[in-house]
Design a protein. Structure first.
Length: 219
């Protein structure tokens, strides 16, 4: 039960940070958060420790624990690595992909197309759009048959989660164009091309996010 409470607290705090309910540099006040999440201090502190390990918060000597401020330089370095990892995952997953899995990938792509057109309607639709975009990428990590590669991809995507969510809110993106080309290459059983397109896609996203962060240092 304690583990479930801690896990729930972790996810709720992570979402509060990601969606801007807790601002960059803001101090995490235990009494306030315990009341808001309706939990005791022990699972809250355990959740905060996990967030600290994943780079969402920083422990400051004088201020206590504060929400981590994302820098353009940090994001740039992470995307350099992510592009290579995800490109490799696409190549590995695309080789001999099963028809049933290909249908799942097509469904993710088509659902993403539908929600993308409606994302301005509500925060719920916007969140769904973000989830489908993420699902397309993680599809390959899940099927690359390399547990170490999968683990690293998940780790680096968590680090950039906030910046990716933000740029989807403020800027248009051509991820669907890239996703469509990647899907086409996978259908054609051209694993190398599909992997190369994923690298290019992430590099392009990297340029947009880094430029945004450099021009919006408040984030």
């Amino acid at each position: 039960m304690t583990e479930l409470i801690r896990e729930k607290a972790y996810h709720e705090l992570r979402d509060m940070i990601t969606h801007g309910d807790l601002k960059p540099g803001e101090k995490l006040v235990e009494t306030t958060l315990c009341k808001k999440l309706e939990i005791s201090r022990t699972p809250l502190r355990e959740a905060i420790r996990q967030l600290q390990m994943e780079g969402y918060v920083d422990a400051m000597d004088q201020k206590g624990v504060v929400v981590h401020k994302i820098t353009a330089e940090d994001v740039d370095a992470v995307y350099d690595i992510s592009s290579v990892l995800e490109g490799l995952a696409v190549e590995r997953a695309a080789v001999g992909i099963k028809p049933a899995d290909l249908k799942k990938l097509e469904k993710i792509y088509k659902d993403h197309q539908k929600t993308r057109k409606r994302r301005a309607e509500s925060s719920e639709i916007h969140e769904k759009t973000f989830q489908l975009n993420t699902a397309f990428h993680l599809f390959f990590a899940e099927r690359c048959e390399n547990p170490v590669l999968k683990k690293e991809i998940f780790k680096f995507r968590r680090i950039t989660y906030r910046s990716r969510y933000l740029i989807m809110s403020f800027a248009d993106s051509d991820e669907l164009d890239y996703h469509g080309e990647i899907l086409k290459a996978v259908k054609e059983k051209n694993a190398a091309k599909a992997g190369g397109l994923m690298v290019k896609h992430i590099r392009d996203k990297q340029k947009h996010i880094v430029a945004f962060l450099k021009n919006n240092r408040w984030f």
